[in-house]
Design a protein around this ligand. Structure first.
Ligand SMILES: Cc1cc2nc3c(=O)[nH]c(=O)nc-3n(C[C@H](O)[C@H](O)[C@H](O)COP(=O)(O)O)c2cc1C
Ligand code: SF4
Length: 455
């Protein structure tokens, strides 16, 4: 594997920002920082609503639905904890729009027969938020609509639905070169499935939807389908067709419902296999196409973007810099700070080129208790409307409350980027924090290890 910033991997061992500053200088990198965190605690506008603060919880799959895709007890618990934790926006995890597009047999799935269970999840989240923070506190809830594409696994065995062949990803997944590619007709039928799911999400009480186009899943895979023939591959206009058609279908089906997208702007997979990549086959980013797409999406009515990077199945260090890899995963030849700095820099460049786009920042959990000062700099400068965290929220669901009430995070509660949750996800779930929520998830983690040992 190539790395963007060849350097030595190190675990986090900073107790003071000045030590991070010194390491950044040694690596020739920089990060924005603001000691004034108040900007994160003030209400902001998103999707036509005023949300209580500029802190967001990123989508984090729990793999804990029942066989129909209805939220299970652990799902409900997760969203109650997130809501009581005070973040202004909760971007709910990936929800399949059709059964064959589920990424695992316990992925949430939004169909007419499961809608009411999502309504319960939304109601319970709002009730938990009110109970913890008062009647006036109402987080914005976003439903992430997804087709898992090459990572589809609706039952126990993988059942990939691929948009094109991609040798590095095919090899990693054991997909043979003669494996069939999804047809144009099947792709053309998908926007209406997303639209139907968006209607159900609105009926269930979600405030907005995300047409998910990141992390190697179907709508994202098409963006880099340079080698596919026909109306969904090759030229830029063809590769972005399905995403734009899907956004249009969702907007037509539920006109008042705000639409956002979690969008990969840098795949870290050399051209012609990745989107947002330099044409020379290196790992250098080239934002020309992502920006061109974002302009089109803004025109199409997409009102906010959650920027994403890399592919968690292939190069997980790109978006989730970690201290320890999941299971038999790799230790990157790259300092985790390089990953964080690259995401912040790409985010800044997107904002500079497209100041009208509302952006949400990603990839900050590795910074532990120091993430708020980087987030505050990004929000304060107007680069990001909100700053999001994923793993941090699993470990520390009330991080926002601590920030609001105490003005800082407690170092003993932060995520330590050990990848235990990613490992649980690889094993099929349920997913949670094995360190800070150990009573629930440590036994599940150990049971999974025992099962692996026996198989
Ligand atoms: C266990 C796990 C599940 C995830 N599930 C999703 C998901 O459903 N949808 C999504 O867009 N990203 C998902 N992500 C990525 C996170 O939203 C986030 O972008 C990533 O963890 C980096 O942010 P962080 O450094 O704050 O953790 C997941 C990450 C982890 C570790
Ligand atoms: S298991 Fe907990 S501490 Fe480890 S990476 Fe996941 S959220 Fe962070």
């Amino acid at each position: 594997m190539q790395f963007f910033h060849p350097s030595f991997h190190e675990r986090f061992r900073f107790t003071d920002w000045s030590q991070i500053e010194a390491k950044l200088a040694e690596l020739g990198l920089s990060l924005p920082r603001s000691p004034d965190l108040s900007v994160l605690t003030r209400p902001v506008e998103l999707a036509g609503r005023t949300v209580p603060n500029a802190l967001l919880i990123h989508p984090m799959e729990g793999c804990d639905s029942d066989e129909l895709g209805r939220p299970g007890e652990l799902t409900l618990r997760r969203y109650r904890r997130f809501a009581a934790g005070g973040a202004g926006v909760i971007w709910a995890e990936a929800i399949a729009v059709l059964p064959e597009g589920r990424g695992n047999p316990h992925q949430l799935c939004l169909l007419s027969e499961t809608r009411d269970s999502f309504a319960r999840m939304v109601e319970e989240a709002h009730a938990a938020a009110r109970e913890a923070l008062g009647e006036a506190h109402r987080p914005l809830l976003i439903a992430q609509l997804k087709h898992a594409g090459r990572y589809s696994r609706p039952e126990s065995a993988p059942a990939p639905i691929i948009a094109r062949h991609c040798p590095p990803l095919d090899k990693a997944r054991g997909i043979p070169s003669d494996y069939p590619v999804i047809s144009d007709a099947e792709l053309a039928a998908l926007p209406e499935r997303f639209a139907a799911a968006a209607r159900l999400a609105a009926e269930a009480g979600f405030d907005a939807v995300d047409v998910k186009a990141c992390h190697g899943y179907l709508l994202h895979e098409l963006l880099g389908a340079y080698t596919r023939e026909g109306p969904y591959g090759g030229e830029f206009e063809n590769r972005v067709r399905l995403l734009l058609d899907t956004v249009a279908a969702v907007r037509a089906e539920v006109p008042g419902l705000p639409v956002g997208t979690r969008l990969n702007v840098y795949d870290a997979l050399p051209h012609p296999w990745g989107f947002g990549m330099a044409a020379d086959g290196s790992l250098r980013p080239d934002l020309k196409e992502p920006l061109r797409l974002m302009r089109r999406l803004v025109k199409a009515g997409v009102s906010f973007f959650n920027l994403a990077y890399g592919n968690p199945y292939y190069n997980p260090h790109v978006e989730r810099p970690y201290d320890t890899p999941a299971g038999a995963g790799y230790v990157p030849q790259e300092h985790p700070l390089a990953g964080v700095a690259l995401m912040c820099e790409l985010h800044r460049q997107v904002h500079e080129a497209l100041p009208e786009a509302v952006l949400i920042a990603t990839g900050l959990s590795w910074l532990r208790q120091f993430f708020p000062c980087v987030a505050a700099a990004m929000v304060g400068a107007g680069e990001a409307r909100l700053a999001g965290v994923g793993r941090m929220a699993l470990a520390y669901p009330d991080f926002a409350r601590d920030l609001l009430e105490r003005g800082e995070l407690a170092p003993e509660k932060v995520c330590i980027t050990c990848s235990g949750c990613s490992q649980l996800m690889r094993g099929g779930g349920p997913v949670g924090c094995v360190v800070r929520d150990r009573e629930v998830y440590r036994p599940l983690f150990l049971a999974q290890k025992r099962n692996e040992g026996q198989s």
